[in-house]
Design a protein around this ligand. Structure first.
Ligand SMILES: Nc1ncnc2c1ncn2[C@@H]1O[C@H](COP(=O)(O)OP(=O)(O)OP(=O)(O)O)[C@@H](O)[C@H]1O
Ligand SMILES: [Mg+2]
Length: 258
């Protein structure tokens, strides 16, 4: 496990804990305090969603988790180096085909050509894009671009997968379909997920636990365990249990915002 304090990332915790934030705070050099007192643990097999108002520090939290940013206070420990990161925007290279985009991370990691091509093919199949390997991003729908982005991260066999509102720009049907695809991949691969969303229904449907953040400086106001088993039947969204839990999360979100 790797630890980030304001200055360093070292030292193991336990093999099952892939992310361990203790009292993490983030103050930017311009004085903005984005996060305060964040305690958050994500274990193997968990899919944790974070909901919170815009600007409360969710992306900052994810950037600290990925190591792109260092916390200004507290410790952020990681149990793996294999981290996948999917952004809100698919961030594909427009001149590269689907296949070449999916190979990009493996290429940057200097994996041999043959093995990265095979790995990319496998990931493309997993996200349901077989047959579109030679398409350029402009020849894809928004949902397909997001699938490509997901496939690109999957080539790294992530143990910890970070998602920053990956489906935010998509219509509701595509979003639900991709959510189901993601859950299928999650149940097959069992990485640990940390997923940011603005949608309470998406949070409850996807995750094992929902974490609710307050307005800036973001801190955790509540956490809810989600009792539904995987694979999840899309119809659970219409059950009273689902509605009751979504109601509790929405309530905590409103309370934390006021
Ligand atoms: N590099 C930076 N320097 C200064 N302030 C920053 C920096 N990055 C983010 N912030 C500020 O920190 C706060 C949290 O930003 P962040 O992007 O983490 O919010 P968010 O919860 O992801 O919002 P959204 O839901 O709109 O994506 C905001 O007020 C933002 O202006
Ligand atoms: Mg954000």
């Amino acid at each position: 496990m790797t630890t980030t304090t304001a200055t360093s990332r070292t030292a193991p915790v336990t093999t099952d804990t892939l992310l361990d934030f203790r009292n993490v705070a983030m103050q930017f050099p311009n004085g903005t305090v984005a996060l305060s007192g964040i305690d958050l643990t994500v274990k193997r097999g968990e899919f944790v969603t974070v909901v919170g108002p815009s600007g409360c520090g969710k992306s900052t939290l994810l950037r600290i988790a990925s190591g792109l940013e260092n916390a200004s206070e507290g410790t952020a420990a990681l149990g793996t180096k294999r981290i996948g990161y999917v952004f809100q925007d698919a961030t594909l290279l427009p001149w590269r085909t689907v296949q070449a985009n999916v190979e990009l991370l493996a290429e940057l990691n200097k994996q041999p050509r043959k093995s990265r091509a095979a790995k990319a093919k496998e990931a493309i199949e997993l996200v349901g894009l077989s047959g579109f390997e030679d398409n350029l991003p402009k020849q894809l729908s928004g949902g397909m671009r997001m699938r490509t982005s997901l496939a690109r991260s999957l080539t790294l066999d992530p143990e910890l997968f970070l998602f920053d509102e990956p489906f935010g720009a998509l219509d509701e049907i595509t979003r639900e379909r991709l959510g189901d695809e993601l859950l299928r991949i999650f149940t097959e691969q069992r990485f640990a997920g940390l997923f940011i969303t603005h949608s309470v229904a998406e949070a409850v449907y996807l995750s094992t636990r929902v974490v609710v953040m307050s307005g800036r400086p973001g801190h955790i106001v509540d956490e809810f365990e989600v009792p539904f088993d995987y694979p999840r039947d899309p119809d659970i969204r219409f059950t009273p249990e689902f509605a009751a839990l979504s109601g509790k999360v929405s309530h905590a979100l409103r309370e934390g915002h006021s």
